[in-house]
Design a protein. Sequence first.
Length: 353
Amino acid sequence: MPRGHIYWLSGALVILALGVAVAPRSRCLPEGGERTAPGALSASPDIARIQTSEIPGAAPALERKGPTQADENERAGRLEVSAEVVPLADIPELLHSLLPGDWASTYGRTLFRRWMQADAPAAAAWAAQCREPIARAALLQAVAVFWSRDDGPAAIAWLRTSLAGEERQRVALAIAFELARLDPPQALRLSSELRADEQRDELVRLAFAQWATKNPTEAAAWLETIPAGAARDQLVSASLSTWAGKAGTVAVRLVEGLGADLREEAILSVAQAWGRQQPEAAAAWVEKFSDPTLQASALARLVGEWTASNADECARWLSRLRDDRLYRIATAAFAQKAATLEPPWRPSSLSLH
């Protein structure tokens, strides 16, 4: 399963293309169902035109023929257009009539996409009756992801009542990865129902990072409900720079709860990131540190960021700094960074004690 931002719908249909085409006969029919002969379908003008005058022969069969690639491309384009004009009421019957290899055709994919758009619950129920394992997996993932974009709670409710076991785990991951960017809190709630494994852990990290970016205060409040430990520390560390840039006081509160092995580097990261956005607030925080070594390192990082973004403002702050030790540390960091600026910055406005 792809990581990060996962394009489930296209991936599922590619799987369908690779797997279903080799099936000996169609098993993507409901239990006890029979394929309907093309001639028994709706006699609407659109269907008649697709099957006879405008596209000679049965549509899927036509897609499989052709002496040249140019012919194939032309037919595929015409078939895609034809699938776009089929009346919605005829789509289920047309899908039943397709041969195994035609499920992955442009015609078959377009029909199923239109059905998902028009009636995701019906498309999901139909896909759940498919007896071909590869096709079933691809169809269920496709419709679940598509449905979750439009109505996440409804897609999750269907998942809980219709699927079980490993199939439910796979489809739930597909839904949750899609929701991670659309509705991170909902994705995290769904993740709590999944079996713990590497993919579930990646999902939690992705959803939480998205939430921390969109609403750092809410994400931090949720994080504080998680028991202290390695899992929580990893989430905090991964999102500290985001918090520091958007909600520095939240970052400070969280970093103080980290384990000792992570806390020092996290403090330096916050000082640097907060220094880009709210340098005076970050400097006031660093001035209160009790550990002189950690304080010196944090101040040097902060001043370096501040000098790079606004050297004049940083110089004015330095002129007001009254602690001699901090002043020496800060001016050294300022001078080192200022020497790299283009055009060079001249520290004529820097007031000495």
